[in-house]
Design a protein around this ligand. Structure first.
Ligand SMILES: Cc1cc2nc3c(=O)[nH]c(=O)nc-3n(C[C@H](O)[C@H](O)[C@H](O)COP(=O)(O)OP(=O)(O)OC[C@H]3O[C@@H](n4cnc5c(N)ncnc54)[C@H](O)[C@@H]3O)c2cc1C
Length: 419
């Protein structure tokens, strides 16, 4: 018997297992698949090791950087190309994303780069935010709800939704404000409007990008965490699916594993994952000199209803990450994300990339292609007594949130742990 049984070997499970083991506890980690890391994973195409899932992390709070430093990756934290991404509105040409914004919420609804996307009428409606009482819509539960009530649907549909769907693979109406933008609600009450809250948060943010990556790929985070678990003698059981949990033990096909249970497996306790709740990533390695000038900065986020395009975002990975451009040696890596299942061939992704980047891409320019389908968890409503919950269902989406919550939960468990 171990002191703790951690169910699920994604980043949430790996981080909580490491912290518990560092605290002197014996830990068994049970993972259903044949590998660790969950949605932080690698695939190999065109001779390159690339991220197959998450590829960057939010720098806010320094949570991820602190962990990376502890596990020996601090020197490999890299900032993306500051050029930034573009937006493909539902009609018209792609435009650079408004500079002064937070998750697409404009700090100045009248800024020319905002009006270019939402139009004069949309800007007029969004300006109404400044006339509303400071606490109007401060009871909103989701980011989408808050933005719609204060600034209107043009800002929600054309600015916030494409960014949130492209970055978090989720609808803004499902995104918890306090998790994705801590302090925004409070700043709004203090400063009097949503736009001024955005300005305050942007002003207080450290100079530089709000996200960072790891030289060589984000999957190196998993390699380093697994190395730590090996060093700390954590008992790792792959290919072992937990079928039920109760306080003090988990059930697997072969029997039971006893220990204080920490669930880090999205979906195990929640309601079944809906069919439409998925993220599909299509990655292309291209021989395409047309892309060398990075015609759309680091990529394009797509508003719903944009004609002729199925993808909801396209990342120009070799433009975004200088280390990858170096490794790719003249080839280009483009990653497109979709909200629904796709046929497993490169044609749609190539056509979407050509449309979004505004360059011709010949079918022969495709050197390699891979399609990865991810299922997204539903939120956990209820955790049975005596069981701890970590990972995305407890913390919300994104590595900064997952790692911060897993560390905090481990510290809290260790406080009650007899030394
Ligand atoms: C396509 C995509 C791109 C993303 N990009 C980013 C990004 O760039 N930046 C960012 O910060 N976040 C990103 N995210 C979100 C981020 O990856 C997740 O929030 C985070 O990795 C979730 O970690 P987790 O440990 O909670 O869950 P998971 O990574 O889902 O891991 C859960 C693990 O539990 C295992 N498991 C499930 N059921 C059982 C069971 N019954 N028994 C045993 N094991 C089980 C699974 O096999 C899996 O290994 C992205 C997500 C996706 C899908």
């Amino acid at each position: 018997m171990s002191d703790f049984v951690v169910v699920g070997g994604g980043v949430g499970g790996l981080v909580v297992a490491r912290r518990l083991a560092l605290g002197g506890a014996s830990v068994t980690l049970v993972e259903a698949s044949d590998h660790l890391g969950g949605t932080v994973a690698r695939h190999h195409l065109g001779g390159l090791d690339l991220d197959a899932g998450a590829e960057s992390f939010a720098v806010r709070g320094g949570t991820v950087a602190a962990l990376l430093t502890q596990i020996g990756l601090g020197a490999d934290i890299v900032a993306p190309n500051p050029e930034g991404a573009w937006l493909q509105p539902s009609t018209g040409h792609a435009v650079p994303l408004p500079k002064l914004s937070l998750l697409g919420i404009p700090g100045d609804p009248r800024a020319p780069d905002v009006v270019a996307v939402i139009g004069e009428d949309g800007a007029l409606l969004a300006e109404g935010d400044a006339l509303l009482p400071a606490d109007y819509a401060s009871d909103a539960t989701s980011l989408g709800d808050l933005v719609e009530r204060r600034m209107g649907t043009a800002v929600l549909d054309n600015l916030v939704a494409p960014i949130v769907r492209g970055v978090h693979s989720i609808d803004p109406k499902e995104l918890d404000i306090d998790r994705v933008a801590p302090g925004l609600r409070e700043a709004m009450r203090r400063t009097g409007s949503l736009a001024s809250a955005v300005l305050e948060l942007r002003g207080s943010a450290r100079a530089g990008s709000s996200v960072a990556g790891i030289r060589g790929g984000l999957f190196r985070l998993v390699d380093a965490l697994v190395g730590e678990l090996d060093r700390l003698a954590v008992d790792i059981r792959l290919n072992t699916r937990v079928i039920a949990v109760e306080a003090g033990a988990v059930s697997i096909v072969q029997g039971r594993i006893a220990g204080r249970v920490v669930v880090a497996a999205p979906g195990l306790l929640g309601t079944p994952i809906e069919d439409g709740h998925r993220a599909v990533l299509a990655t292309l390695v291209l021989d395409a000199p047309e892309l060398a000038a990075a015609p759309r900065g680091t990529g394009v986020l797509v508003a719903a209803g944009a004609s002729g395009v199925t993808a909801r975002a396209a990342t120009h990975s070799t433009a975004k990450w200088p280390w990858l451009a170096e490794a790719a040696a003249g080839r280009e890596v483009v990653r497109l994300s979709y909200g629904a299942e796709l046929p497993n061939h490169a044609e749609l992704a190539r056509a979407d990339a050509a449309a979004l980047f505004g360059v011709p891409l010949d079918p022969h320019s495709v050197i390699d292609f891979d399609l990865v389908q991810w299922r997204r968890p539903t939120r956990q409503a209820h955790t049975p007594t005596g069981i701890s919950l970590v990972g995305e269902t407890a913390s919300g989406t994104g590595l900064a949130a997952v790692i911060g919550q897993a560390e905090a939960e481990a510290h809290s468990l260790l406080r009650d742990f007899p030394q």
